[in-house]
Design a protein around this ligand. Structure first.
Ligand code: PMP
Length: 413
């Protein structure tokens, strides 16, 4: 039952020791947009670029062999982290967005018939909406939305009603809302979907930095995440898929590496995972992702979870006490990830983030690529403070104090 040594963790992340402007230290509350990178990830990327900046798979020289080994090792690490035995089921993409597009387009194209239904929720990020809209339009399938409860929780009764006509073929859900931190009951969703013959995709973009995802234990068909939100580099992410689906799917990108044989008119696809990895991949970034997975696994997951739980509890307490501040979603933090979406009376979220930035405080403002959720809330935009293992309660107090003084500044005007 050891506590997380937050000071040691903070020392791993260079920007946390820096000043954003002279005399102004960084307070980073934007990890849901992208997480900071630990030194081990930075070093892995540097080592690849400096010491073995060769292409993978094709070369028969020593640098290429080293690059290939590190690259494929990263795939093995990701597979193991997701509870998957076969690394060929881990497809590297540019990120969550490309991963969901690949699943929607390639799996959807042969799976959906006119009148079939795709179930999404009002919580989803645009990356888990628009690809489904596109394939629905192409195949004649339709979208159905799980409504949220008054507390903005995922409503399983609403979910159940969408299956009445037996047409649901796919359920795609986020593992954690990037606006409110709410975690849909993915185990129950996956179980109920499976019972009714529907496939399941988990958008783990937000959840994976905070909780383990075992895709085999959950028995989901697809899962997607981005390296940059789990302390890795930008430009790379993962689509996990069950082998039966990946085998049946047609590649979306054609080119080098994804083929075994090319003739003038035809080509024979390569084996998994290469079939879906046309062209030169983001090699250093994939290797950096491998280092990020190592970083995550070296942590005491229980201690991190306790620390993040304490952060979200504290944030609700002190931010909730700021006059005129409204936290989006349930007041209770049980079952929530470390994300606080909020509005502050009389301020626009964008102005708020600019004012906070003067004190070195980084938050995010806007619709957070979740416009249907904001429509449901009846607001065009919101502010968001998101936390990771390197944040402290003290920093959150500073955020609350800064919000309080902005509020009184505006009142005086
Ligand atoms: N899904 C969710 C829940 C997200 O928060 C994000 C990133 N904001 C994405 C998908 C898209 O991830 P990326 O931009 O890395 O492709």
């Amino acid at each position: 039952d050891l506590e997380l040594d937050v000071e040691r963790v903070r020392a791993d992340f260079p920007p946390l020791g820096e000043e954003v402007r002279p005399g102004v230290p960084l307070r980073y509350f934007d990890s849901a947009a992208t997480a900071l990178k630990p030194r081990s990830v930075i070093e892995a990327v540097r080592a690849c670029m400096a010491e073995y900046p060769a292409n993978v798979h094709r070369g028969l020289h020593v640098l290429s062999e080293r690059a290939t080994e590190a690259f494929e090792n990263a795939r093995i690490k990701v597979a193991r982290h997701l509870g998957v035995d076969d690394p060929a089921q881990v497809i590297f993409t540019r990120g969550t967005t490309e991963a969901i597009n690949l699943a929607a387009r390639s799996w959807g194209r042969h799976a959906f018939r006119p009148g079939d239904a795709i179930v999404l929720s009002e919580l989803e990020h645009h990356a888990n909406i628009v690809p489904w809209q596109m394939i629905a339009r192409e195949t004649g399938a339709e979208l159905r939305y799980v409504e949220l409860t008054d507390d903005l929780e995922y409503d399983l009764d609403s979910f159940d009603r969408l299956f009445d006509d037996g047409r649901v073929r796919m359920v795609a859900t986020t593992g954690m809302s990037n606006v409110t931190g709410i975690r849909p009951p993915v185990e129950e969703i996956a179980r109920r979907a499976r019972e009714r013959g529907a496939r399941v995709l988990i958008d783990a973009a937000q959840s994976l930095a905070h909780e383990r995802l075992d895709v085999v234990a959950l028995d989901v068909d697809f899962a997607a995440f981005s390296a940059h939100k789990v302390f890795g580099p930008t430009g790379v992410g993962v689509l996990y898929g069950k082998r039966e689906h990946l085998e049946a799917m047609e590649p979306v990108l054609g080119g080098g590496n994804m083929v075994l044989r090319v003739e003038r008119e035809t080509a024979v696809w390569n084996e998994l995972p290469d079939k879906f990895e046309a062209g030169t991949p983001p090699i250093a970034e994939v290797i950096g992702l491998g280092a990020a997975i190592d970083y995550l696994e070296a942590l005491d997951a229980e201690a991190v979870a306790r620390h993040e739980r304490a952060l979200i509890d504290h944030a609700h307490e002190v931010l909730g006490a700021v006059e005129g501040l409204r936290i989006l979603g349930p007041a209770a933090t049980a079952g929530k990830g470390p994300i606080v979406g909020f509005t502050l009376d009389g301020t626009h979220p964008h102005d708020l983030s600019h004012l906070l930035d003067r004190s070195g405080i980084a938050i995010r403002a806007g619709h957070h690529c979740a416009m249907p959720l904001h429509t449901r809330l009846g607001i065009p935009a919101s502010a968001r403070a998101s936390f990771a293992l390197y944040n402290t309660a003290d920093e959150i107090d500073q955020l609350a104090a800064a919000l309080g003084s902005i509020k009184s500044l505006l009142r005086r005007r």
